[in-house]
Design a binder for this molecule. Sequence first.
Ligand SMILES: O=C(O)CCC(=O)C(=O)O
Ligand SMILES: [Fe+2]
Length: 293
Amino acid sequence: MLRQHASPSSLGPGDKIGEGDSELVLNILPSDLAEIAFENMRKEVAWNVMYHRGGEVPRLVAVEGEVVADGSFPIYRHPADESPALHPFSPTVSLIREHVQKVLKHPVNHVLIQHYRSGADYISEHSDKTIDVVRGSRVVNVSLGAQRIMTLRLKRDGMDGREKGTPRPSQKIPLPHNSMFVLGLETNAKWLHAINHNKRPLHLKSPEEQFMNGERISLTFRHIGTFLTADESQIYGQGAKGKTRETAQPVVKGTEEATKLLEAFGKENQQSDFDWEAVYGEGSDVLHFTPRQ
Ligand SMILES: O=C(O)CCC(=O)C(=O)O
Ligand SMILES: [Fe+2]
C-alpha cells in the first residue's frame, strides 16, 4: 500500500514520491563498502570547482563514465559554463555502480559526483536535463555521509486549474547515508528537486545530519545515450544530430546553437508537459556553453 502524506512531512521507503515512479532505497551498499566508500572517494576522485554564469557552484564536482572500445565516452549536458573532464570509473565508484545496476535493472554509464562540503553547500531547484538521458531510464542519487533533504516541488504550471493561492505541493525526502533515491522521468517532468542548504550549527543537528562532520557525497548515475569521440571533436547518439557513430558531427562551441539549447533547458525546467520530441528530437551538437577564451 502506498501512503500519501500532507505536504511538509517526510517521506521514505514505501511512500508515494512525486508521480509514484520515484522511490528511496535504504542500505544500497553492503556495510563494509558503505563504511569505506566516503574516505576512498575523497582520495580516488578528481574533484573540480565548476562554474555557472561565471560563479562557482556551491559544491565540488567530478564526472566519471564508461569509455567504450574506440575511446568514445558518454556526455551529459546541463547548463554549466564548462562540464568537468570525464574520467573512467574509479575503483570505489565502479563497485557502487555494480550495486546500483543490480537494483535499478538497467545499465548506468555516467556519474556526476558531488561533494557537499558542509550544510552550506546545496543544489538549487531544477529538473534534470534529459536530452542525453536514455528515454525510459531512471536517474539515481546515491548518498554517502551526512543526511540531507531532497525537496520536491510541483512545477508552477502543474497548479493550473487549482484554486488560486493554493500552495504548491512539496515533499521532503531525507536521504540517509547509504541510501539511493530513484528519480523517475515522470516525476522529473512534473516536479523540481533541490538539496537546500542546512545552516543550523552542527551540534544542534541530528546524529544523521552530523555524520561525517556534516559532509555529504552524492553520486548521480545516469544511462546516457549521447557520446563524444575520443578526441572530443565529434558528437553522436540520442541527443546529437547524428544518431550513430558513423554519422557523428563536429561539436559546436558557444554560438546561437548554445543559446537554443539553453532555452530548451529553461523550458524543461518550467513545463510539466515538456514535449521531448519537439524540443530535443532533432538533437544538438553543442558541447560547452561559454567556451574557454
Ligand atoms: O546531490 C543530490 O542528491 C542531487 C543531485 C542532483 O539533483 C543533480 O545532480 O542533478
Ligand atoms: Fe538533479
